[in-house]
Design a binder for this molecule. Structure first.
Ligand SMILES: NC(=O)c1ccc[n+]([C@@H]2O[C@H](COP(=O)([O-])OP(=O)(O)OC[C@H]3O[C@@H](n4cnc5c(N)ncnc54)[C@H](O)[C@@H]3O)[C@@H](O)[C@H]2O)c1
Length: 444
């Protein structure tokens, strides 16, 4: 099939590359000229494992093209995916300006029957708005073309996006017309040969499904963090409690890791958007609001533990930081807990030496040339002379480091672990003072 993917970000680029890999002819559009230039010259503007190979192979195979020209992309495609950002607006709602701007462009250039697919995460009712904007443009042009609007939320995870897209757990299709459901099922058939389901539903339910999925996962994280905080006060061991409950298949082990809480470009804004939707309809979503509050509090408590250890006197001290991205496997730092932790500590006059396997550049752009921040080129370099190590992200290279070497490099063998990577007994044996989530807010 001939496809246009509009928005060449984490979702759009992966979507484009994976559809091309299945033999479709894909034009990927972005408004950002520099990004398109980079892609045309074979440079991938984001870090996503495996993506570079997919893009290169499909460009060479003449199945994947990049452009800033949305008109050509729309006119030459049967299915147009909208995959632009939907960031949080000031009132918590999803900012739909990019989605609706793209819908308008589609309406301006429609030249025959098209399927317009919402790939971006958008609140209930957005498909109706997209339909209206396109219809307005067609009326303005005094032309009549048929089109369908489909909701096809994306469930890929940054860091494993290619695998998630190529072997999805499920495909959700929100289609109000049977004809378009059949066409979309045909497009996705090669991805579900192992019988993972394609679930067809109405558009509104599909829009809601994406928010419900993210809200559940975010709530699961806040749940285990709340239990960890109670463990800290009661003397229970969160690592054992986690195993004890995770073995129940109704609960499961996934997404039950205590830590600094969720961040990233999805959970925080999608929680806010769902809360906003509920409140707009006169419903107070107490569970979601509590999950959000717990999540933000995890970062504050973590910083408080660091401050307490240093008797509120951090001025001029050098601390090492491992992990900046909001999770391993990505350079994405949007809403990363590390940013909050760093910003709070900078207020105390601390000096920080940072290391992350992929997110150094994005972090440098975020903080600019801050005098109190140094960027190390390797994990152990960050430790030299540090009075403590702070761990924000559970990258694999941090999981089994050379502890003996760490002891020789650090000024004080103190670790504040926001991801519970190590066994406390082992750390004590090695001579570290080790603080972790589910213990560090203990009163004694
Ligand atoms: N990142 C994820 O893991 C993930 C997972 C599932 C769903 N989503 C959803 O997918 C959507 C996109 O997320 P993302 O992380 O890929 O965003 P992103 O910010 O990485 O990419 C968005 C891209 O859209 C481009 N763009 C903006 N306005 C445009 C316009 N008018 N015309 C053409 N291009 C335009 C931007 O230049 C940018 O390259 C969001 O709604 C997000 O919630 C993201």
């Amino acid at each position: 099939m001939k496809l246009a993917i509009i928005g060449a970000g984490y979702v759009g680029l992966v979507t484009a590359a994976c559809f091309a890999e299945m033999g479709n002819e894909v034009i990927c559009v972005d408004a950002d000229e520099a990004k398109i230039k980079a892609l045309e010259s074979g440079r991938i503007p984001i870090y996503e494992p495996g993506l570079e190979d997919y893009v290169r192979r499909n460009c060479l195979g003449k199945r994947l093209f990049f452009t800033t020209d949305i008109a050509t992309a729309v006119q030459n495609s049967l299915v147009c995916f909208i995959a632009v950002g939907t960031p949080q607006d000031r009132d918590g709602s999803a900012d739909l300006s990019a989605v609706l701007a793209v819908a308008r462009e589609i309406g301006r250039h429609l030249n025959g029957y098209k399927v317009v697919v919402e790939k971006s995460t958008v609140p209930v009712g957005t498909a109706a708005k997209v339909r209206q904007v396109i219809s307005e443009e067609l009326a303005r042009r005094r032309v009549e073309y048929e089109f369908d609007v489909v909701s096809n939320p994306e469930f890929l995870k940054e860091g494993t996006a290619i695998d998630d897209f190529m072997k999805p757990d499920r495909i959700v299709l929100g289609c109000d017309e049977v004809r378009v459901a059949e066409l979309m099922k045909e497009l996705y058939a090669p991805f579900v040969r192992t019988h993972h389901p394609i679930i067809v539903m109405d558009v509104v339910s599909a829009e809601m499904t994406k928010y419900a999925a993210n809200a559940f996962l975010a709530t699961k994280i806040s749940f285990i963090n709340e239990i960890a905080n109670i463990c800290a006060l009661t003397g229970a061991d969160i690592a054992m409690v986690r195993q004890g409950i995770g073995s129940d298949p109704r609960i499961g082990h996934l997404f039950l890791f205590p830590g600094l809480g969720y961040g990233g470009s999805c959970f925080p804004k999608d929680m806010q958007a769902l809360i906003h939707t509920a409140r707009t309809h006169g419903y107070i979503p107490r569970l979601l609001e509590a999950a959000e509050a717990i999540n933000l509090d995890q970062r504050r408590q973590f910083v408080e533990a660091i401050r307490r250890y240093f008797h509120q006197d951090l001025k001029g001290r050098l601390l090492a930081v491992w992990g900046l991205s909001f999770k391993p496997g990505t350079d994405d730092i949007r809403e990363a807990p590390a940013l909050t932790v760093i910003s709070m500590l900078l207020e105390d006059g601390v000096r920080l030496r940072l290391y992350d396997p992929q997110a150094m550049e994005t972090t440098r752009q975020f903080f600019g040339d801050h005098r109190a921040l140094e960027y190390a080129s390797a994990p152990y370099e960050a430790l030299e002379g540090a009075e403590a190590l702070i761990i924000n992200t559970e990258w694999t290279i941090f999981r089994e480091p050379d502890f003996e070497r760490m002891l020789t490099l650090m000024k004080n063998p103190v670790i504040f672990d926001g991801r519970n990577l190590y066994r406390p007994a082992k750390m004590a044996r090695l001579g570290f003072t080790y603080f972790y989530v589910g213990q560090m807010n203990r009163k004694t």
